[in-house]
Design a protein around this ligand. Structure first.
Ligand code: OOG
Ligand code: NI
Length: 461
């Protein structure tokens, strides 16, 4: 039962997202630079493009834009993942979707923890891309056993965080004081540590297996490895990055630039080389690179039909390129993407009519109280100007893009090929529950918005 004195999970998430951003800005100054660049760009877009400003105002997205960011972490064991799920649940975040990164040579599979209802997303759309290391992919059995033993010894949560998770579960929420304490304690799990938990030699062996394995195994916890603000014009930010001392990856992941953005476009800059000390060293002598910067632009959420078309066009462009996109072939890749995606309708009305994207429906001034809402079809109400639509923003991630982001931060040496693939059941067993299907969430939000239109109309008469 909900208690009147409990802080809402949405507010806890909003505060946590802010605390995480403050911590990361202090730890990684380049993140602060990137935030400023994104803020300037967003202001420019809103000032120079009244249509976009109007659209964001009518959906309420304008209010969440400056709060909007996602982070990413990587954990090592089933137990860590299951406890993280409980920690995120205190903040109203549920695991949504399944991403298998092994086809791209990255030994992890992942989900995204996020709020699921449009009202909760409006308070804070904070998301965390969470990957679980697949230790079974370490071929060297001795090294695998070593990695397992190191992971089994660590505890990535503070004792107080664990107590507060228990309390939230048994009480059904947290009081103001507990919520403050929880945000402070939960943050500790994601903090960067300069000292590793292994010797320099053990670190070298782990790195030789895969850089990602060393990143998970050799440290006390799942440090946040990037925090990504949302921009309204990713090409503009990408073009301005070099002037601010930031070198972006060669190509922007996701769909090409369009009039009506769809899904998600992302770009990142390389991981920083940071000083660390190993257990057999008294001073800081080694270095490790894990943390990087990323920005993203979000567009319309696609229906299964739209997503199939997106995947087909993306694959066609990549097949024709015959290689991973890189610096040398970037211009050709962009040209191929533009060419193939000309097949994807670039008006919201076109996407709606062909059922390629999800929308939110609103009653217009003309529609308020109009009798037509009781008699006309949805199509007629739209064309008659009684209702209007805005696209639903995509709240999730894209596996091919995520692979590209991982790859650009791991360097060329990491082109491993794993024989084993997708294992959703293993991930769900580790998590202790199943992931929510993101497409069902968009469909429900769309349906609710239609219902609200009719409810509003019957109230108004
Ligand atoms: C996650 C990489 C994927 C995204 O936005 O798709 C990602 C990681 O490096 O842990 O951040
Ligand atoms: Ni990311």
């Amino acid at each position: 039962m909900s208690h009147p004195n409990f802080v809402s999970p949405d507010l806890i998430r909003q505060r946590f997202s802010k605390a995480m951003s403050d911590m990361y800005r202090e730890e990684v100054p380049l993140y602060g630079t990137l935030m400023e660049l994104v803020e300037q760009t967003n202001r420019h877009v809103l000032d120079s493009n009244p249509k976009i400003a109007r659209q964001l105002n009518s959906t309420g997205e304008i209010q969440r834009l400056d709060l909007e960011r996602h982070g990413a972490i990587r954990v090592g064991t089933a137990n860590e993942l299951a406890t993280l799920a409980r920690l995120f649940a205190v903040m109203g975040m549920q695991p949504v979707g399944y991403y298998d990164l092994t086809p791209a040579g990255v030994p992890v599979h992942s989900t995204a923890f996020r709020a699921v209802h449009e009202a909760a997303l409006q308070v804070s759309p904070f998301r965390v891309f969470t990957s679980l290391l697949r230790l079974e992919l370490i071929e060297d059995l001795e090294l695998r056993a070593f990695a397992q033993s190191v992971l089994d010894k660590r505890s990535i949560f503070t004792p107080t965080a664990l107590t507060l998770i228990d309390r939230a579960e048994t009480q059904g929420g947290l009081t103001e004081q507990e919520a403050r304490n929880f945000v402070e304690q939960a943050l500790e799990t994601f903090r960067w540590h300069h000292s590793a938990t292994v010797t320099a030699e053990q670190y070298r062996k782990l790195i030789a297996q895969h850089r990602l394995i060393a990143d998970v195994v050799a440290f006390t916890g799942p440090h946040i490895n990037h925090l990504t603000p949302r921009t309204l014009d990713i090409d503009r930010v990408q073009a301005q990055m070099p002037a601010h001392g930031i070198t972006p990856k060669a190509v922007i992941e996701g769909p090409p630039r369009r009039q009506c953005p769809i899904l998600l476009r992302q770009t990142s800059f390389k991981a920083l080389d940071e000083p660390v000390s190993f257990t057999d060293q008294t001073e800081t002598r080694g270095s490790h690179s894990a943390r990087f910067g990323e920005i993203e632009q979000r567009g319309a959420a696609l229906t299964p039909k739209g997503r199939t078309l997106y995947d087909r066009l993306l694959n066609a462009a990549r097949d024709e390129l015959k290689d991973f996109p890189n610096e040398a072939n970037a211009a050709r890749y962009n040209a191929l993407m533009a060419q193939h995606f000309s097949e994807f309708p670039d008006t919201y009305e076109g996407m709606r009519q062909q059922e390629l994207a999800y929308f939110r429906y609103f009653v217009t001034e003309k529609g308020l109280g109009a009798d037509e809402l009781k008699s006309l079809s949805l199509e007629d109400l739209l064309s008659g100007g009684y209702l209007r639509v805005e696209p639903l923003v995509y709240e999730d991630f894209l596996p091919v893009s995520a692979a590209g982001i991982f790859q650009s931060n791991l360097g060329d040496a990491a082109q491993t090929h794993y024989g084993v693939h997708s294992n959703r059941q293993v991930f769900e067993k580790a998590l202790g529950r199943s992931m929510i299907d993101e497409l069902a969430l968009y469909a429900e939000t769309q349906r609710r918005s239609i219902e609200e239109c009719f409810a509003a109309s019957s109230l108004a008469v």
